[in-house]
Design a protein around this ligand. Structure first.
Ligand code: CA
Length: 70
């Protein structure tokens, strides 16, 4: 499988995993979405917090915004 299709498959599987735990395979509650972000994006958040002070400062936050908007 190509990396692109593999990525789409992974994203779909993760969504359905959390949606299924929430009782409805087609929707995520706000609580489950928060859980998904905290667990599945922990590595990204750790990467963003590059100065190691344990907080996301405005510069680190802007880095995220620019990467998402890119
Ligand atoms: Ca920081």
């Amino acid at each position: 499988m190509s990396r692109f299709l593999d990525g789409i498959s992974t994203i779909t599987s993760i969504f359905h995993k959390y949606a299924k735990e929430d009782g409805d395979c087609s929707n995520l509650s706000q609580r489950k979405m928060q859980e998904l972000i905290q667990k599945e994006f922990a590595d990204i958040l750790q990467f963003l917090e590059w100065d190691g002070d344990g907080h996301i400062d405005f510069n680190e936050f802007l880095l995220l915004v620019f990467r998402v908007a890119k």
